[in-house]
Design a binder for this molecule. Structure first.
Ligand code: SF4
Ligand code: SF4
Length: 346
């Protein structure tokens, strides 16, 4: 496996060179937060923050995405015929995605690319991306990624793992896939790191993992039946403070629910796929007026049962959470998945 040493000057030049071949995307500071944006020519990704406010899932699963277009003009020979919207999937390099977020996109992929369904919108966007991750040397206090089968230096889902290498802004770049190799070539990175680099990276990984004190355990949940958990008597208490605002869903990198709507503008129309949330009452409202999740506690229960039980039982690959801590930090009612997991265990 190749590991390059990239100094500050080579980094700036390399990103500029790779921008000739790739559309570069990276974290950009917005007031007190960071969000992933397409970088302007010459703009550098801001890698000083630990996490972006919203996860990078919008890169493969946009908040709103036009799938079809149509006309309702009776004079139009194509009146009322749905047409596939024209789409472009530029070759992209996402710089500075955190390892657990890249793992989260693999979890999304399990839903969008399986034996029953393949979502072409998701898959085309995913395939067009080279994931250049940045290891987390100083995990936040709400990071519990190591309990969720991932971690601050996890390589799953990445094409390159960057590791900050000292005070000067240097990086080690561990090339993990052919896609990663192609990006490094486009950037002109070729200076191999010293022979002790793997040992140094392992030591940094160990330090970062040991700095994570926040944990969850779901072993007891695994052993309980769905009905035991579903019918447990704590759900109304657990959901008491929840205002079903959906913040946790929209911030979460592994939440994948969407809704499809037709919208008309005069005689033109579009069919749009939008992010949705199981926390909202409308999400399960039937055309008949019946709502199987009419009460707030039922919707809160759905979110946590899906993440901690249904997903785990269906896929057998752990829980539908990578421990990024966004929902813990952003919930206006201080609802904490780690505490709910503990309640479910008990
Ligand atoms: S758990 Fe928190 S963030 Fe999520 S819907 Fe309820 S109040 Fe909003
Ligand atoms: S449930 Fe919360 S901690 Fe887990 S991946 Fe989603 S936002 Fe991150």
């Amino acid at each position: 496996m190749k590991i390059y040493h990239i100094d500050r000057e080579s980094w700036v030049k390399g990103l500029a060179a790779s921008a000739e071949v790739y559309q570069l995307v990276g974290p950009v500071r917005e007031k007190d937060d960071f969000d992933f944006k397409v970088l302007d020519k010459g703009q550098m990704p801001d890698l000083t923050g630990t996490d972006t406010r919203l996860s990078p899932k919008a890169l493969v699963f946009p908040k709103s995405e036009i799938m079809m277009t149509f006309s309702t003009d009776p004079n139009d020979p194509d009146c009322n015929i749905m047409k596939e919207a024209k789409k472009e999937y530029p070759k992209r390099a996402v710089i500075g995605i955190r390892p657990y977020d890249a793992r989260a996109l693999q979890i999304l992929k399990m839903n969008y690319d399986n034996g029953d369904y393949q979502d072409p919108y998701f898959l085309n966007a995913y395939e067009a991306i080279t994931f250049v991750g940045l290891a987390v040397n100083s995990p936040s206090s709400t990071d519990f990624s190591t309990s969720c089968g991932t971690g601050p230096f996890d390589e799953k889902g990445l094409d390159v793992l960057l590791v900050a290498a000292g005070e000067e802004g240097d990086f080690y770049a561990k090339i993990l896939t052919d896609k990663g190799d192609a990006w490094a070539k486009a950037a002109g990175f070729s200076k191999e790191a010293g022979s002790d680099v793997s040992t140094r990276i392992e030591a940094m990984k160990k330090t970062a993992e040991e700095a994570i004190s926040s944990k969850i355990a779901f072993d007891k949940i695994e052993k309980k039946t769905v009905l035991e958990l579903f019918e447990a008597d704590h759900w109304e208490n657990t959901a008491f403070a929840c205002i079903n605002c959906g913040t946790c869903t929209y911030a979460c990198p592994t939440c994948w629910c969407f809704d499809i709507q037709d919208e008309n503008f005069g005689t033109k129309g579009v069919r749009i796929k939008n992010w949705d949330s199981c926390m909202t009452g409308l999400f399960t409202l039937h055309g008949s007026g019946h709502n199987p999740r009419e009460h707030r506690y039922q919707r809160t229960r759905q979110r946590f049962m899906h993440k901690l039980k249904y997903f785990a039982d269906k896929y057998g690959e752990g829980i539908m959470c990578v421990g990024c801590g966004r929902c813990v930090r952003q919930c206006p009612a201080n609802i904490d998945i780690r505490e709910i997991c503990e309640t479910m265990n008990k």
